[in-house]
Ligand binder design. Sequence first.
Ligand code: C2E
Ligand code: MG
Ligand code: MG
Ligand code: MG
Length: 287
Amino acid sequence: EARRAGRNHIEVCTAELIAVADETLAIGKDLRKALDEKGLRVCYQPLVDLTHGSVVGFEALVRWSHPVHGHVSPARFVPVAEEFGLISELGRMVLSTASAQIQQWSSTFGIPLTAHVNVSGVDLANPGFVTMVEECLATSGLPTSQLVLEVTEAAVEPQVETARARFDGLHDIGVRVALDDFGTGRSALSYLQTLAVDILKVDRSYLDDVDESKADDLLRGVIGLGQALGMEVYGEGIEDEEQRTRLRRNGCDIGQGYLFERPLPAEDAAVYLRQQAAPASYALPFG
Ligand code: C2E
Ligand code: MG
Ligand code: MG
Ligand code: MG
Protein backbone atom coordinates (compact mmCIF):
# COMPACT_ATOMS: atom_id res chain seq x y z
CA GLU A 1 0.00 0.00 0.00
CA ALA A 2 2.76 2.46 1.03
CA ARG A 3 4.77 1.49 -2.01
CA ARG A 4 1.87 2.14 -4.32
CA ALA A 5 1.29 5.58 -2.76
CA GLY A 6 4.99 6.29 -3.25
CA ARG A 7 4.85 5.37 -6.91
CA ASN A 8 1.71 7.42 -7.46
CA HIS A 9 3.48 10.35 -5.90
CA ILE A 10 6.37 9.97 -8.32
CA GLU A 11 3.95 9.77 -11.24
CA VAL A 12 2.23 12.97 -10.12
CA CYS A 13 5.57 14.77 -9.84
CA THR A 14 6.63 13.61 -13.28
CA ALA A 15 3.33 14.76 -14.76
CA GLU A 16 3.77 18.16 -13.14
CA LEU A 17 7.31 18.48 -14.44
CA ILE A 18 6.15 17.64 -17.95
CA ALA A 19 3.33 20.17 -17.68
CA VAL A 20 5.79 22.89 -16.62
CA ALA A 21 8.20 21.94 -19.41
CA ASP A 22 5.33 22.03 -21.94
CA GLU A 23 4.23 25.42 -20.70
CA THR A 24 7.79 26.74 -20.91
CA LEU A 25 8.08 25.50 -24.48
CA ALA A 26 4.75 27.12 -25.39
CA ILE A 27 5.79 30.42 -23.79
CA GLY A 28 9.09 30.28 -25.68
CA LYS A 29 7.33 29.82 -29.03
CA ASP A 30 4.76 32.54 -28.35
CA LEU A 31 7.50 34.89 -27.19
CA ARG A 32 9.39 34.38 -30.45
CA LYS A 33 6.21 35.40 -32.25
CA ALA A 34 5.60 38.37 -29.96
CA LEU A 35 9.12 39.67 -30.65
CA ASP A 36 8.55 39.36 -34.41
CA GLU A 37 5.14 41.00 -34.29
CA LYS A 38 6.04 43.77 -31.86
CA GLY A 39 3.73 42.28 -29.24
CA LEU A 40 5.93 43.41 -26.34
CA ARG A 41 5.53 46.83 -24.76
CA VAL A 42 7.63 48.93 -22.44
CA CYS A 43 6.10 50.59 -19.37
CA TYR A 44 7.74 53.32 -17.33
CA GLN A 45 7.74 53.64 -13.56
CA PRO A 46 8.82 57.04 -12.19
CA LEU A 47 11.82 57.27 -9.89
CA VAL A 48 11.22 60.21 -7.59
CA ASP A 49 13.02 62.45 -5.18
CA LEU A 50 11.59 61.18 -1.86
CA THR A 51 11.62 64.63 -0.27
CA HIS A 52 9.93 66.67 -2.99
CA GLY A 53 8.14 63.98 -4.96
CA SER A 54 9.62 65.28 -8.21
CA VAL A 55 10.52 62.85 -10.98
CA VAL A 56 14.20 62.18 -11.69
CA GLY A 57 13.88 59.29 -14.11
CA PHE A 58 12.00 56.13 -15.10
CA GLU A 59 12.59 52.41 -14.87
CA ALA A 60 11.67 50.64 -18.11
CA LEU A 61 9.72 47.43 -17.47
CA VAL A 62 8.79 45.06 -20.28
CA ARG A 63 5.14 44.02 -20.66
CA TRP A 64 3.57 41.17 -22.59
CA SER A 65 -0.11 40.82 -23.25
CA HIS A 66 -0.47 37.26 -24.52
CA PRO A 67 -3.26 36.82 -27.12
CA VAL A 68 -4.82 33.97 -25.09
CA HIS A 69 -3.46 34.14 -21.54
CA GLY A 70 -3.47 37.94 -21.17
CA HIS A 71 -0.84 39.60 -18.99
CA VAL A 72 2.21 37.39 -18.42
CA SER A 73 4.67 38.56 -15.74
CA PRO A 74 8.25 39.29 -16.81
CA ALA A 75 9.27 37.26 -13.76
CA ARG A 76 7.85 34.29 -15.73
CA PHE A 77 8.87 35.04 -19.32
CA VAL A 78 12.28 36.70 -18.91
CA PRO A 79 13.82 33.41 -17.68
CA VAL A 80 12.17 31.65 -20.66
CA ALA A 81 13.66 34.24 -23.00
CA GLU A 82 17.07 33.49 -21.48
CA GLU A 83 16.59 29.76 -21.96
CA PHE A 84 15.40 30.13 -25.58
CA GLY A 85 18.15 32.49 -26.70
CA LEU A 86 15.71 35.38 -27.10
CA ILE A 87 16.93 37.58 -24.29
CA SER A 88 19.45 39.70 -26.22
CA GLU A 89 16.77 40.59 -28.78
CA LEU A 90 14.32 41.40 -25.98
CA GLY A 91 16.97 43.41 -24.11
CA ARG A 92 17.92 45.39 -27.22
CA MET A 93 14.27 46.18 -27.92
CA VAL A 94 13.71 47.50 -24.38
CA LEU A 95 16.97 49.48 -24.36
CA SER A 96 16.42 51.12 -27.74
CA THR A 97 12.74 51.88 -27.04
CA ALA A 98 13.43 53.28 -23.57
CA SER A 99 16.45 55.36 -24.49
CA ALA A 100 14.63 56.96 -27.44
CA GLN A 101 11.56 57.63 -25.28
CA ILE A 102 13.49 59.08 -22.33
CA GLN A 103 15.56 61.25 -24.67
CA GLN A 104 12.37 62.61 -26.24
CA TRP A 105 10.77 63.39 -22.86
CA SER A 106 13.99 64.96 -21.58
CA SER A 107 14.06 67.41 -24.44
CA THR A 108 10.28 68.08 -24.47
CA PHE A 109 10.09 68.76 -20.73
CA GLY A 110 13.55 70.23 -20.29
CA ILE A 111 14.54 67.78 -17.53
CA PRO A 112 17.58 65.48 -17.90
CA LEU A 113 15.67 62.30 -17.03
CA THR A 114 17.53 59.09 -16.24
CA ALA A 115 16.57 55.84 -17.99
CA HIS A 116 16.88 52.71 -15.85
CA VAL A 117 16.97 49.53 -17.92
CA ASN A 118 17.16 45.96 -16.56
CA VAL A 119 19.87 43.71 -17.94
CA SER A 120 19.91 39.90 -17.83
CA GLY A 121 22.94 38.01 -16.58
CA VAL A 122 23.05 36.34 -20.00
CA ASP A 123 23.55 39.71 -21.72
CA LEU A 124 26.16 40.68 -19.19
CA ALA A 125 28.18 37.62 -20.22
CA ASN A 126 28.19 38.77 -23.86
CA PRO A 127 31.50 40.52 -24.74
CA GLY A 128 29.70 42.60 -27.40
CA PHE A 129 27.28 44.02 -24.84
CA VAL A 130 29.00 47.39 -24.25
CA THR A 131 29.21 48.06 -27.99
CA MET A 132 25.51 47.26 -28.34
CA VAL A 133 24.70 49.76 -25.56
CA GLU A 134 26.86 52.39 -27.20
CA GLU A 135 25.09 51.90 -30.54
CA CYS A 136 21.63 52.13 -28.96
CA LEU A 137 22.56 55.38 -27.24
CA ALA A 138 24.10 56.86 -30.38
CA THR A 139 20.89 56.10 -32.30
CA SER A 140 18.57 57.51 -29.64
CA GLY A 141 20.70 60.53 -28.79
CA LEU A 142 20.38 59.85 -25.05
CA PRO A 143 23.58 60.99 -23.28
CA THR A 144 25.46 58.08 -21.67
CA SER A 145 25.24 59.92 -18.33
CA GLN A 146 21.44 59.50 -18.43
CA LEU A 147 21.49 55.70 -18.61
CA VAL A 148 21.59 53.36 -15.61
CA LEU A 149 21.72 49.62 -16.26
CA GLU A 150 20.22 47.47 -13.50
CA VAL A 151 21.62 44.03 -12.81
CA THR A 152 20.37 41.82 -10.00
CA GLU A 153 22.71 40.64 -7.32
CA ALA A 154 21.78 37.07 -8.32
CA ALA A 155 22.94 37.66 -11.94
CA VAL A 156 26.33 38.91 -10.75
CA GLU A 157 27.10 36.20 -8.19
CA PRO A 158 27.93 33.32 -10.56
CA GLN A 159 30.13 35.53 -12.78
CA VAL A 160 31.85 38.16 -10.69
CA GLU A 161 34.92 38.48 -12.95
CA THR A 162 32.80 38.84 -16.08
CA ALA A 163 30.59 41.39 -14.36
CA ARG A 164 33.64 43.35 -13.28
CA ALA A 165 34.93 43.56 -16.86
CA ARG A 166 31.49 44.59 -18.19
CA PHE A 167 30.88 47.20 -15.50
CA ASP A 168 34.32 48.70 -16.19
CA GLY A 169 33.50 48.79 -19.91
CA LEU A 170 30.20 50.56 -19.20
CA HIS A 171 31.97 53.07 -16.97
CA ASP A 172 34.47 53.77 -19.74
CA ILE A 173 31.59 54.98 -21.92
CA GLY A 174 29.96 56.91 -19.06
CA VAL A 175 27.02 54.56 -18.30
CA ARG A 176 26.18 53.82 -14.65
CA VAL A 177 25.36 50.49 -13.02
CA ALA A 178 22.81 49.65 -10.33
CA LEU A 179 22.70 46.47 -8.29
CA ASP A 180 19.02 45.47 -8.22
CA ASP A 181 17.11 43.60 -5.50
CA PHE A 182 20.03 44.26 -3.22
CA GLY A 183 20.12 42.39 0.06
CA THR A 184 18.45 39.21 -1.22
CA GLY A 185 21.56 37.52 -2.58
CA ARG A 186 24.79 36.58 -0.92
CA SER A 187 26.97 39.50 -2.00
CA ALA A 188 30.24 39.37 -0.15
CA LEU A 189 31.81 42.63 0.87
CA SER A 190 35.06 41.33 -0.63
CA TYR A 191 33.69 41.53 -4.17
CA LEU A 192 31.19 44.33 -3.71
CA GLN A 193 33.95 46.81 -2.96
CA THR A 194 35.83 45.83 -6.10
CA LEU A 195 32.90 46.22 -8.52
CA ALA A 196 32.17 49.49 -10.32
CA VAL A 197 28.61 49.77 -8.97
CA ASP A 198 27.10 53.25 -8.65
CA ILE A 199 23.71 52.54 -7.13
CA LEU A 200 22.23 49.95 -4.79
CA LYS A 201 18.51 49.34 -5.08
CA VAL A 202 17.45 47.97 -1.73
CA ASP A 203 15.06 45.09 -2.22
CA ARG A 204 11.50 45.83 -1.18
CA SER A 205 11.60 42.98 1.34
CA TYR A 206 13.48 45.46 3.55
CA LEU A 207 10.32 47.57 3.64
CA ASP A 208 7.79 44.80 3.61
CA ASP A 209 8.89 41.66 5.39
CA VAL A 210 10.69 43.06 8.40
CA ASP A 211 9.74 43.17 12.03
CA GLU A 212 8.57 46.70 12.89
CA SER A 213 10.99 47.00 15.81
CA LYS A 214 14.00 46.16 13.62
CA ALA A 215 12.95 48.00 10.45
CA ASP A 216 14.95 51.19 11.06
CA ASP A 217 18.11 49.39 12.18
CA LEU A 218 18.04 47.05 9.18
CA LEU A 219 17.51 49.88 6.71
CA ARG A 220 20.17 52.03 8.32
CA GLY A 221 22.53 49.05 8.08
CA VAL A 222 21.99 48.34 4.39
CA ILE A 223 21.94 52.03 3.40
CA GLY A 224 25.08 52.66 5.47
CA LEU A 225 26.82 49.75 3.77
CA GLY A 226 26.13 51.17 0.32
CA GLN A 227 27.17 54.67 1.31
CA ALA A 228 30.38 53.43 2.92
CA LEU A 229 31.20 51.81 -0.41
CA GLY A 230 30.61 55.14 -2.18
CA MET A 231 27.31 54.11 -3.76
CA GLU A 232 23.96 55.86 -3.92
CA VAL A 233 21.11 53.90 -2.36
CA TYR A 234 17.63 53.85 -3.89
CA GLY A 235 14.42 52.40 -2.50
CA GLU A 236 11.92 50.27 -4.41
CA GLY A 237 8.45 48.94 -3.70
CA ILE A 238 7.44 52.00 -1.67
CA GLU A 239 3.72 51.55 -1.08
CA ASP A 240 2.90 53.90 1.79
CA GLU A 241 3.96 57.12 3.51
CA GLU A 242 5.46 55.27 6.43
CA GLN A 243 7.87 53.42 4.14
CA ARG A 244 8.78 56.65 2.36
CA THR A 245 9.50 58.35 5.68
CA ARG A 246 11.49 55.41 6.96
CA LEU A 247 13.72 55.43 3.88
CA ARG A 248 14.31 59.18 4.10
CA ARG A 249 15.05 59.14 7.81
CA ASN A 250 17.72 56.51 7.22
CA GLY A 251 19.48 58.32 4.41
CA CYS A 252 17.79 57.22 1.17
CA ASP A 253 16.80 60.09 -1.15
CA ILE A 254 15.40 58.47 -4.29
CA GLY A 255 12.96 55.65 -4.88
CA GLN A 256 9.95 54.23 -6.70
CA GLY A 257 6.74 52.47 -5.79
CA TYR A 258 2.97 52.35 -6.07
CA LEU A 259 2.75 55.22 -3.54
CA PHE A 260 3.93 57.49 -6.38
CA GLU A 261 2.98 55.72 -9.60
CA ARG A 262 2.64 52.24 -11.03
CA PRO A 263 4.60 51.38 -14.18
CA LEU A 264 2.78 53.45 -16.83
CA PRO A 265 2.28 53.01 -20.57
CA ALA A 266 4.22 55.71 -22.46
CA GLU A 267 1.08 57.83 -23.11
CA ASP A 268 0.20 57.92 -19.41
CA ALA A 269 3.79 58.65 -18.42
CA ALA A 270 3.69 61.67 -20.75
CA VAL A 271 0.53 62.92 -18.99
CA TYR A 272 2.25 62.41 -15.63
CA LEU A 273 5.29 64.39 -16.84
CA ARG A 274 3.07 67.22 -18.04
CA GLN A 275 1.48 67.43 -14.58
CA GLN A 276 4.92 67.36 -12.96
CA ALA A 277 6.10 70.19 -15.16
CA ALA A 278 3.10 72.39 -14.28
CA PRO A 279 2.11 71.47 -10.71
CA ALA A 280 0.54 74.90 -10.01
CA SER A 281 -2.21 74.33 -12.56
CA TYR A 282 -3.95 71.77 -10.43
CA ALA A 283 -3.14 73.27 -7.05
CA LEU A 284 -5.47 76.17 -7.94
CA PRO A 285 -8.90 75.69 -6.35
CA PHE A 286 -10.87 77.25 -9.22
CA GLY A 287 -8.28 76.50 -11.92
P1 C2E B 1 12.75 44.80 -10.82
O1 C2E B 1 13.74 45.26 -11.80
O2 C2E B 1 13.16 44.74 -9.39
O3 C2E B 1 11.50 45.76 -11.01
C1 C2E B 1 10.66 46.21 -9.99
C2 C2E B 1 9.39 45.37 -9.94
O4 C2E B 1 8.60 45.79 -8.82
C3 C2E B 1 8.49 45.54 -11.15
O5 C2E B 1 7.82 44.29 -11.37
C4 C2E B 1 7.50 46.61 -10.68
O6 C2E B 1 6.27 46.59 -11.39
C5 C2E B 1 7.31 46.19 -9.25
N1 C2E B 1 6.90 47.28 -8.37
C6 C2E B 1 7.10 48.61 -8.50
N2 C2E B 1 6.61 49.30 -7.46
C7 C2E B 1 6.07 48.39 -6.62
C8 C2E B 1 5.40 48.49 -5.35
O7 C2E B 1 5.21 49.55 -4.77
N3 C2E B 1 5.00 47.31 -4.79
C9 C2E B 1 5.20 46.10 -5.38
N4 C2E B 1 4.76 45.02 -4.78
N5 C2E B 1 5.85 45.98 -6.59
C10 C2E B 1 6.27 47.11 -7.19
P2 C2E B 1 7.66 43.67 -12.83
O8 C2E B 1 7.44 44.76 -13.83
O9 C2E B 1 6.65 42.58 -12.73
O10 C2E B 1 9.08 43.05 -13.13
C11 C2E B 1 9.59 41.99 -12.37
C12 C2E B 1 11.05 41.77 -12.67
O11 C2E B 1 11.22 41.32 -14.03
C13 C2E B 1 11.90 43.04 -12.57
O12 C2E B 1 12.20 43.32 -11.21
C14 C2E B 1 13.09 42.65 -13.42
O13 C2E B 1 13.98 41.85 -12.66
C15 C2E B 1 12.45 41.79 -14.50
N6 C2E B 1 12.26 42.63 -15.71
C16 C2E B 1 11.27 43.49 -16.01
N7 C2E B 1 11.47 44.08 -17.22
C17 C2E B 1 12.64 43.58 -17.68
C18 C2E B 1 13.43 43.80 -18.88
O14 C2E B 1 13.10 44.61 -19.75
N8 C2E B 1 14.58 43.07 -19.00
C19 C2E B 1 14.99 42.16 -18.05
N9 C2E B 1 16.16 41.49 -18.24
N10 C2E B 1 14.31 41.95 -16.90
C20 C2E B 1 13.15 42.65 -16.73
MG1 MG C 1 15.04 46.80 -11.86
MG1 MG D 1 14.34 45.39 -7.99
MG1 MG E 1 12.74 42.47 -8.44
